[in-house]
Design a protein around this ligand. Structure first.
Ligand SMILES: Cc1ncc(C[n+]2csc(CCOP(=O)(O)OP(=O)(O)O)c2C)c(N)n1
Length: 335
């Protein structure tokens, strides 16, 4: 399935936004967390600063999100992970309300009560969770709902290669195949589950090979490339939409930052990220667009500037927004 010029540009612009969102968050997150006396050490105060709590960023993993979401409509559901920003941006979740949620502000998607791992947007049909493996069952639920409502909506569950060893992975694939649910299961293999290398936790190289055991197609994307993901996801989304059932896709991708912000990353070779960045997926797509005559260097730089401006505006919105009223603390939550 060939991507049109407008789809290619859409993917490029979303990748630019995602990268800049993650890089901006990486620096904003540290504000207030590093008082001078520990600035040189590894420890910081995780509750301090404008963005309290843990933070998992997905710079480098943009192709997985945009290559799949380029095939989706607003009525399709996406369930992401504890590392959710790239999926949310690609699904159309507004960046200002996302950022505000991370700042704990009343204008956030969850009125500031969920934080970065619990983004929930019913309008754009996006949710995520800090529980590993928890994206797969709700995606099956959304797909079953679409079936019951007689809609051609599909659902996507994104998850890491670490999550593929959870029981929820196996139960969800079995159920989805048995009931031919319109789900696309997308495994992001970024090689690491926190500090555990894939080969130390998983008996096979490709999680996608497990698809055969459940009676569904398994699709392998060996390069961290938006076009390759787009081409792999097209038939899977079409298959789900037509009622033919689920597909498991695995993408080999690259995590540029630590597992969480503040991760000393002692478990991976010092030069690993520098090596990975030599085949950066945004530069690759930019070069492709330029070779195809869809962009020149100046236009690419212009799109990057516009993406930066949109991200800055989102962070400004978050900073300016009010905190929730303490009197509302017990509203919209389970008590
Ligand atoms: C059920 C559960 N077990 C353990 C954890 C702790 N934990 C958080 S992230 C993570 C590793 C996840 O690795 P992977 O699924 O490969 O995703 P990645 O972090 O690489 O995006 C673990 C074990 C958790 N959040 N939930």
């Amino acid at each position: 399935m060939q991507a049109s010029e407008s789809t290619l540009l859409w993917m490029f612009e979303r990748m630019l936004e995602i990268r800049h969102f993650e890089e901006t968050m990486a620096s904003v997150y540290l504000e207030g967390k590093l008082p001078p006396h520990i600035q040189k050490g590894l420890a910081f105060d995780i509750g301090a600063g404008p963005v309290p709590g843990e933070m998992h960023l997905a710079a480098g993993q943009e192709p997985v999100a945009v290559g799949v979401c380029a095939h989706l409509q607003q009525t399709d559901t996406v369930v992401g992970t504890h590392r959710p920003h790239h999926f949310a941006i690609a699904k159309g979740v507004p960046m200002d309300r996302m950022a505000a949620e991370m700042f704990g502000k009343a204008t956030g998607l969850g009125k500031g009560k969920g934080g970065h791992m619990h983004l929930f947007d019913p309008v754009h049909r996006f949710s995520c969770s800090g529980i590993i493996g928890a994206s797969l069952p709700p995606a099956c639920g959304a797909a079953l709902a679409a079936r019951k409502l007689q809609k051609d909506w599909v659902a996507v569950a994104f998850f890491g290669e670490g999550a593929a060893n959870q029981g929820a992975f196996h139960e969800s694939l079995n159920l989805a195949a048995l009931w031919k649910l319109p789900v696309i299961f997308v495994c992001e293999d970024n090689k690491w589950a926190i500090s555990v290398a894939k080969e130390n936790a998983t008996s096979i190289e490709w999680v996608a090979d497990r698809a055969a055991g459940y009676g569904m197609p398994g699709v392998k994307v060996a390069t961290n490339d938006a076009l390759a993901v787009y081409e792999a996801a097209g038939p899977a989304v079409a298959r789900a939409r037509s009622g033919a059932g689920p597909t498991l896709i695995e993408v080999k991708t690259d995590r540029y930052m630590g597992h969480f912000q503040g991760d000393p990353e002692v478990y991976r070779p010092k030069d690993e990220v520098a090596q990975l960045k030599k085949s950066d997926p945004i530069e690759k797509l930019s070069a492709y667009l330029q070779r195809q005559g869809h962009l020149d260097e100046a236009a690419a730089a212009g799109l990057a500037e516009q993406a930066k401006r949109r991200v800055s505006e989102a962070f400004e919105f978050a900073r300016r927004s009010p905190y929730p009223d303490p009197q509302d603390a017990l509203q919209d939550v389970f008590v």
